[in-house]
Design a protein around this ligand. Structure first.
Ligand code: PEP
Ligand code: MN
Length: 233
């Protein structure tokens, strides 16, 4: 709720939080687990308090209706981009979908996945570039490469809106502001960011979250780039 109020006051339009979470390793513990439906209720409470629409990930085709009961936008995570049964289930629900690009997939693969949603009867798809894998991205200080040229390419080949996720792609908060500015400059319609009041103690993805001060500074710079883009158009 703190985060929701803070980002709303700085101009955020949508709140993203994870109640169901893909993790690279299967280990969970008493202090590290998914909140599931309880988490969805927290998100709904944050929407109630701030008016921010909620986006959250659905991973399991069997949970699409449950997640859609709470969420305003359904997120398909990078790892599930080509989970076709999940795409078919999500297409059935008349809620906008945030479709993240798999880190190993081409633009063609990504747009094919989007097509599953459109063809399945759901026209409201938002694309999200979240970085692609390359040999040097196996180093801890370079998680994945943001495919900047995918943004204008998406403009060329589709009518769908495109946003960039500088948090999950870089994995490092120090890189989040420059990549956000670059994303807006190449034509992204938005960015999605991890924010935490005290990133050091975040349960998940601690290295990539911005604290409130860094988020505030980022929004100021992003607005300047965005204004420059608008005045140029
Ligand atoms: C996320 O958005 O929390 C996430 C897990 O991202 P991605 O699917 O892009 O790895
Ligand atoms: Mn995450």
């Amino acid at each position: 709720l703190d985060i929701a109020e803070n980002v709303k006051s700085r101009g955020a339009n949508v709140l993203r939080g994870g109640a169901y979470k893909p993790l690279t390793f299967p280990y969970r513990s008493e202090s590290f687990f998914e909140l599931g439906e309880e988490g969805l209720r927290y998100l709904a409470e944050a929407r109630e308090k701030t008016g921010l629409p909620i986006v959250t990930e659905v991973m399991d085709p069997r949970l699409v209706d449950l997640v859609a009961d709470y969420a305003d936008i359904l997120q398909i995570g990078a790892r599930n981009m080509q989970n076709f049964p999940l795409l078919n289930e999500v297409a059935r629900v008349q809620k906008p979908v945030l479709l993240k690009r798999h880190f190993g997939c081409s633009l063609r693969d990504w747009l094919g996945a989007a097509e599953y949603l459109l063809y399945g009867g759901n026209p409201n798809v938002i694309l999200c570039e979240r970085g692609i894998a390359a040999p040097h991205t196996h180093h801890p200080n370079s998680r994945s490469i943001v495919d900047m040229q995918a943004v204008p390419a998406v403009h060329e080949f589709t009518h769908l809106p495109i946003i960039v996720d500088p948090s999950h792609s870089t994995g490092m908060w120090e890189l989040v502001t420059p990549i956000s500015l670059g994303s807006i400059a190449v034509g992204a319609h938005g960015i999605i960011l991890d924010v935490h009041p005290n990133p050091a103690v975040a349960k998940c993805d601690a290295g990539q979250a911005l604290n409130f001060e860094n988020f505030r500074n980022l929004t100021r710079k992003v607005r300047a780039v965005s204004d420059a883009m608008i005045s140029e158009a």
